[in-house]
Ligand binder design. Structure first.
Ligand SMILES: Cc1ncc(C[n+]2csc(CCOP(=O)(O)OP(=O)(O)O)c2C)c(N)n1
Ligand SMILES: [Mg+2]
Length: 589
C-alpha cells in the first residue's frame, strides 16, 4: 500500500497562531474566547463533561476560554446569551445537552433568529462510536435514544449556519468560522453540534487555527452617492416627511447620525411596530410627533420590518419612499407587501450621514424657513403630548387601585439615565415606552421577535455583560412565566447578576382576552365563559417565586404602594439581590 505523502508545509495557513491544546475541546473553548465570547451559558448533560473539563483546564493553565456559567434551563441559557450579546454587540454562547437540550432552547431560537442576535448555540450529540472503540464512545443505554436523524435540522430554519463537528475539521477554525458568520451583517445565530467522541479527540499539546477577527467580519456598506442625493432632495422638499425605524439603534453611531439629520431638516421620527432598541431619544421634540404614514409625502424607512400595515396605513401612492437597511428587501421574511422607490442596501449610519451631508448643500432660505416652521410645530406637539402624559399619570395616581400606566410612570421616575430597560410588556409595553424616558442608545430593548419568554433570561444575560448598570425588566405576567423565572432568578442570585423585575400582574393574556374580543366580539367565549383560556386567575405569586430562588419579592396592588415598592426593589438589586416587584392591576377580562 502507498504511504501518504509527507506534506511540504504544516497543516495550517500562514496567519494561524498556535495555542495550547490537548483535546479538541481545548481548541473549541479557546476559539470561542478569542472570538469574543466571554460567557458560555451551560446546562449539564452526560456528553457535556468536555466543556467543564476544558474550561477548568484552561483556567488552570492560563489558556483562553469563556467563563462557564451554570444554568438550570436551556431556554434561560440561550436567552441569557441573547441578553449578553444585545448589550455588548459581541457574541455569546450557550451549551446544552444533545437533541433534548436543543429542543429546550425552544422559542429562544426564534428570538435569536428574528432578533439578529450573534450567538453561538452549541449542543453535544450522543456518542455513537462502538463501545470501547475510542475515547467518549457509547457507554450507557440512554445513548441509543440520543441520536436523531439530523440534530441540526431542529434549528435549521432559525440559524444562519449549522454544523456537526466532524473528524476532518479543524475545531478552532470551525468555531471561528461560525462566529464570523454570526457577526457579519445581517447578524444572526449559528449552531454547532459537537459529538462527544470528537470533542475528546487528542491533540499534540498545541493546535493552530485562525481567530474570528483574523478571518474578518464583513464591515459596513455605503449607499450610492446619487441615491443619497435623491433621498436628500426628497426630504428637503417634503411638506410632511416621516422617518420610520425599529432597529437602527443596534448601532449607537446610527442614533447620533439620525439625531443630526432629523435636527437639520426637522424630520419627525416614529418607531412603528416593534422597536427592538432605542433608535432615537424618546424625550426629543422630533420623536413620535410626526404624521401617520398615510399622511406622509416622503418616508425614509431605516431598519424596519413593518413600518406600516399594508392597505391600512400605507403612505399615499404618490409618496416617495426610500428604504435603507443592511438587507432592504428583507429576504428572511417571505410575505412582504411593501413598496419603495429606492431600496438601499447600506449601513444605516453611513446612509444617514451621506443624506445629511448632501442635504446641507441643498438648503436655501425658503426651505430653511419652512423647516423652521415645522420644527416649532412639532416641538409644540411634543409639549402637548408630554403634558397629556403627565396629566394621565396624575389621574392614574389618584385611583386607589394600581394601573399599568401608573406602574410605568413610577418606574420611569426611578431610572438612572444609563439603566438598561428590557420592555417585555404587551398591553402595558406602551406605557413603559412612554414613561421610561430613555435617551441613550443601548438603554432600552425589546426582544425583536414575537416569542414570549425572552425577558427574564435576557435581563440576567444583560446584567452579566453590564455589571455596573442597573438592569430592569418590565414584563407582562404571562411572558414572565414563559421565561422560566425560577431558573433565571436562581442564576441571577447565584452568579451575582441581580436585576429588577417589574411584573404587570393582570392574570391575563391580551391574546386570549383583547384579541378574542376583536375576533369574536359577541361570541360564546366572551359572553358565556369570560374569555376562558385567556386568564389565569388567581395568578402565581411572583413575589414568593422570587424568594424561592434567592431573591427579594413584593406584591402590591395600591397606587400609593407602587413607587416605594419599586424603590425597595431597586435598593435590593443594588445590594446584589435580584428583586421582583409584582403589581396587581385589573384583569383584561
Ligand atoms: C412562546 C409564545 N407563546 C404564545 C405567544 C402568544 N402571545 C402573544 S402576546 C401573549 C400574551 C402575553 O401575556 P402577558 O405577558 O401577561 O401580557 P398581557 O397580554 O397581559 O399584557 C401571548 C400568549 C407568544 N407570543 N409566544
Ligand atoms: Mg398578563
Amino acid at each position: 500500500m502507498n504511504k501518504p505523502k509527507e506534506l511540504a508545509t504544516p497543516a495550517a495557513d500562514n496567519f494561524w497562531r498556535e495555542y495550547g491544546a490537548e483535546d479538541w475541546s481545548d481548541a473549541i473553548v479557546a476559539a470561542m474566547k478569542l472570538g469574543g465570547i466571554e460567557h458560555l451559558y451551560f446546562v449539564s448533560g452526560s456528553e457535556m463533561a468536555f466543556y467543564q473539563e476544558a474550561i477548568a483546564k484552561a483556567e488552570s493553565r492560563g489558556w483562553p476560554a469563556p467563563k462557564l456559567v451554570t444554568m438550570m434551563h436551556e431556554s434561560v441559557a440561550l436567552h441569557a446569551a441573547l441578553g449578553s450579546a444585545m448589550v455588548t454587540g459581541q457574541p455569546a454562547a450557550a451549551a446544552v445537552h444533545v437533541d433534548v437540550g436543543t429542543l429546550h432552547y425552544g422559542a429562544a431560537v426564534h428570538a435569536a433568529w428574528r432578533g439578529n442576535y450573534p450567538v453561538l448555540l452549541t449542543a453535544g450529540t450522543g456518542p455513537r462510536a462502538f463501545p470501547g472503540s475510542m475515547r467518549g464512545a457509547r457507554d450507557s443505554t440512554i445513548q441509543w435514544l440520543q441520536e436523531p436523524r439530523d440534530q441540526g435540522e431542529i434549528v435549521r430554519q432559525y440559524t444562519k449556519a449549522d454544523h456537526r463537528l466532524e473528524h476532518q475539521d479543524n475545531p478552532g477554525l470551525m468555531v471561528s468560522r461560525l462566529l464570523q458568520i454570526a457577526m457579519s451583517e445581517p447578524k444572526g445565530p449559528a449552531y454547532l453540534a459537537i459529538p462527544r467522541e470528537t470533542a475528546m479527540l487528542p491533540l499534540a499539546g498545541t493546535t493552530r487555527f485562525p481567530t474570528r477577527d483574523q478571518l474578518g467580519v464583513a464591515q459596513g456598506t455605503y449607499p450610492d452617492p446619487e441615491h443619497a442625493k435623491t433621498i436628500a432632495r426628497w426630504l428637503v422638499n417634503a411638506r410632511n416627511p416621516l422617518v420610520l425605524t425599529e432597529r437602527i439603534g443596534r448601532d449607537p453611531l446610527a442614533v447620533a447620525e439620525l439625531v443630526q439629520l432629523a435636527e437639520l431638516l426637522a424630520l419627525p421620527v416614529s418607531e412603528p411596530g416593534n422597536p427592538q432598541v432605542l433608535n432615537f431619544p424618546t424625550t426629543h421634540a422630533l420623536f413620535d410627533t410626526g404624521p401617520r404614514p398615510q399622511e406622509a409625502d416622503v418616508c425614509l424607512v431605516l431598519e424596519s420590518i413593518s413600518p406600516w400595515i399594508p392597505g391600512v396605513s400605507t403612505p399615499p401612492a404618490d409618496a416617495k419612499i426610500a428604504w435603507v437597511s443592511l438587507d432592504p428587501v428583507q429576504s428572511r421574511f417571505k410575505t412582504m407587501e411593501f413598496r419603495a422607490d429606492l431600496w438601499i442596501p447600506a449601513t444605516p449610519a453611513n446612509a444617514i450621514r451621506a443624506i445629511r451631508e448632501t442635504a446641507t448643500g441643498l438648503l436655501d432660505k425658503s426651505e430653511l424657513a419652512r423647516i423652521e416652521e415645522r420644527r416649532q410645530r412639532l416641538a409644540a406637539r411634543k409639549r402637548e403630548m408630554q403634558e397629556r402624559a403627565e396629566a394621565q399619570a396624575r389621574e392614574a395616581g389618584k385611583q386607589a387601585a394600581a394601573s399599568g400606566l401608573w406602574v410605568a410612570y413610577q418606574l420611569g421616575k426611578l431610572l438612572e439615565p444609563d439603566a438598561i430597560v428590557l420592555n417585555d410588556g404587551l398591553s402595558n409595553g406602551v406605557f413603559v415606552q412612554r414613561y421610561a424616558r430613555r435617551e441613550q442608545p443601548g438603554t432600552c430593548f425589546r426582544s425583536g421577535s414575537s416569542a414570549g419568554g425572552w425577558g427574564v433570561g435576557a435581563a440576567f444575560g444583560a446584567k452579566m455583560a453590564a455589571p455596573s448598570q442597573d438592569v430592569v425588566l418590565a414584563s407582562g405576567d404571562g411572558f414572565f412565566e414563559f421565561g422560566t423565572p425560577s431558573a433565571a432568578l436562581w442564576a441571577a442570585s447565584h452568579h451575582k447578576a441581580p436585576f429588577l423585575s417589574v411584573v404587570f400582574v393582570n392574570a391575563s393574556y391580551s391574546t386570549g382576552t383583547n384579541s378574542l374580543r376583536t375576533s369574536y366580539p359577541d361570541g360564546y367565549a366572551v359572553r358565556e365563559t369570560r374569555c376562558r383560556g385567556g386568564t389565569f386567575d388567581p395568578p402565581p405569586d411572583f413575589a414568593k417565586l422570587a424568594e424561592a430562588s434567592g431573591g427579594y419579592g413584593e406584591l402590591v396592588s395600591q397606587s400609593a404602594d407602587v413607587g416605594p415598592a419599586l424603590k425597595r426593589g431597586l435598593d435590593q438589586v443594588r445590594k446584589g439581590v435580584p428583586a421582583v416587584i409584582a403589581v396587581r392591576i385589573p384583569n383584561l377580562a
